[in-house]
Design a protein around this ligand. Structure first.
Ligand code: GLP
Length: 245
């Protein structure tokens, strides 16, 4: 920990300086998400300050959400939620977006199977009577942080065996030569309700973005009808605007 400088002059209360060193260690990644903070006594000895000073600094960081106290087991580092910038003009998959940022993705499956389509799904996907759909519902997680709940619906023709889709839907579609080339996406604001709030790790009523994507093959056929719920505290959607001709 970069605590050496603590006693070396400079104005301001000692606890603020300790707070700052700890904050720097968290933000720079020296202390990682889930790391346990050394016991108060050890920190006080190490930084050569009193336990009261340590407690005040830690209290501050707990209040700001960078540390969390777990009863009986200690104090742990919480990595602050960094915002994700997402282009609105490129048709990419969640997995690709996260890989580009160097994040590891995983999913918790909420639904995965073949179903009779709802009238809505049947119309949007342009299905013939009797055709089935694959529904893929996932909580999407990047580096242990839940970011979105996505419920994709695809004609069973393109995903005949939904259980075989273990990671990326778009790479599964690519294998079937059915990767979409165009999509229309609608974004609207919402308040996140239960049970979604619990899954996303936000409080009930937190701001969310509800996103619907309908994507197409070059033939004009609809491939995908996906409804997603993204955390409002995490995403910035960015679009490039040009002057209409
Ligand atoms: C984005 C889109 C979804 C799409 C998904 C595919 O998240 N909002 O509509 O289904 O990407 O991602 P992947 O190929 O990682 O499953």
């Amino acid at each position: 920990l970069p605590l050496e400088t603590l006693q070396s002059g400079g104005a301001g209360p000692l606890y603020l300086k300790l707070r700052q060193s700890l904050e720097e260690a968290i933000l720079s990644g020296k202390l990682k998400q889930g790391d346990a903070l050394p016991p108060e006594r050890d920190l006080a000895d190490y930084a050569n300050v009193s336990r009261v000073t340590v407690r005040k600094a830690v209290d501050d960081l707990v209040r700001d959400g960078l540390l969390v106290r777990r009863h009986g087991s200690g104090t742990f580092v919480v990595r602050p939620v960094s915002r994700v910038e997402q282009s609105l003009s490129r048709l990419t998959s969640f997995t690709e977006d996260m890989v580009r940022r160097g994040l590891n993705t995983r999913a918790e499956w909420l639904e995965r199977g073949l179903f009779q389509p709802s009238p809505d799904e049947m119309m949007t996907l342009g299905l013939a009577a009797g055709a089935l759909v694959a529904r893929l519902g996932r909580l999407r997680i990047a580096d242990d942080m839940p970011l979105a709940i996505e419920r994709a619906c695809v004609s069973a023709e393109f995903v005949p065996d939904p259980l075989a889709v273990t990671s990326s839907l778009y790479s599964a579609l690519e294998k079937k030569n059915a990767r979409p080339v165009r999509a229309v996406q609608r974004i609207s604001a919402c308040n996140i309700k239960e049970p979604d709030a619990a899954m996303l790790g936000v409080s009930v009523g937190a701001a969310g973005l509800s996103i619907e994507r309908v994507s197409y093959l070059s033939s004009g056929r609809v491939v995908e009808f996906t409804r997603s719920l993204y955390r409002g505290d995490t995403y910035d959607f960015v679009a490039e605007l040009t002057i209409p001709e």
